[in-house]
Design a protein around this ligand. Sequence first.
Ligand code: PLP
Length: 366
Amino acid sequence: MPVDFIALANAGVQKLQPYQPGKPIEELERELGITDIVKLASNESPLGPSPRAMSAVRSVLEDIHRYPDGSGFRLKAALAERLGVRAAQITLGNGSNDVLELIARAWLKPGDEAVFSEHAFAVYPLVTLACSARPVAVPAREYGHDLDAMLDAIGERTRIVFVANPNNPTGTWISSSTLDHFLARVPKDVLVVLDEAYFEYVEESAYPDGMTRLAAHPNLVVTRTFSKIYGLSGLRMGYGVSSVDIADVLNRVRQPFNCNSLALAAAEAALDDADYLEYNRNLNTTGLAQVAEGLEQLNLEYIPSVGNFIAFDCGREAMPVYEALLREGVIVRPIAGYGMPNHLRVSIGLPEENERFLEALARVLG
Ligand SMILES: *Cc1c(COP(=O)(O)O)cnc(C)c1O
C-alpha cells in the first residue's frame, strides 16, 4: 500500500484549495498561440516599474552573492520616516501576504478562529487553514464588510479579525467613522489585521489611514505592499506596522532573509518616486471612470471600486465570458472562488488596454 501523504498532512491543510493566481501572459501565449495579450488580471501597475526602482536593482545586482540585510535597516528607516512610526514597529515581508502568514503562524493554533468577510481576500482563509485554525466567513452587506456582524462573530476562540480596506475583489471600502466604531469594540486581546494593499489609490476624504489608529489600538496591525501602486509585484515586498510587541513576535517567526536584496533596494527607491506614484494614481482614477462608463454602456452592473480594479456582473455565469475574453487576448480574473460566480474582476490598465477590454467584452457578449 502506498502511503497517503495527503491524509497525513495537517488537518487544516487537507481542506486547503491552492490560491488561483491570474493567468500569466506566457501561459496564454503557449495555450492559444496568440500574441499581443492584455493582462488585466492581477491588479498590477500598468506602467511598468518606476525607473528609480530599476536603477536601484541594477546597482545591487553585483552584490547578489551576499545575503541581504536581514534587518532591512534602510527600508525600515525610510518607511518609519514616511509613516511617522518607529522602525521597531515595522515587519518586512516577502509581499504583504508573507506578513499575513506570519501573523497567522504566530497567533493561530488548531481550534482557534479567524474572522473575515464573505468575498474578502482569499489569503485570509488560506493562512488560517494552514495553521489548522477555523476560518469564520461573515456574510457581506452589498458586497462590502459588515463590521457589526463581524463583531458579533467574534467569540472565545477568535484570535484574529482580517479587514481589507479597500477589499479585493469587490473594491468596497470602510469609512473612518465605521472603522473607529469597530476598533473601539473589538476585544483588546483579538488582533485586527487591517489590510491596506490599495491604500495609495484611494481618494475618498472619508477613507481612514490605519497608521493613525495604531497608537490607540495596540492590537492593530496595518499591512501595505509594494506590489500594487509601487509596481513591484514581481520582486515581492510588503510590510506590516503594529505595536512594538506585535512586531517583535513577527520578527521572531519571520525567516532571517525573507526579503531579498533586489526587493529591498527597489522598494526604498520606489518609496522616493513621488512622481511615479502620482502619475499612477491619476492614471488609475481616469481608468476607473473609463471602465465604469464602458460597463454602463454595456448595461452591466458593477461594484463601485476605489481600488485599481472593478468587479462586474456578467448577468450570467462568468466562466464562459472569461474564456471567450482569453480568446480575444484579454486576461481578466474569474472570482467564483470568492462566491461570485457571475462576476469577473478587471484590473485598470492603460487607457488603450481598458479600451481593448471593453471592445472585446462587447464582442463576447454579442
Ligand atoms: C494584492 C493584495 C495584497 C498584496 O499582496 P502582496 O503579497 O503584497 O503582493 C494584500 N492584500 C490584498 C487584499 C491584495 O489584493
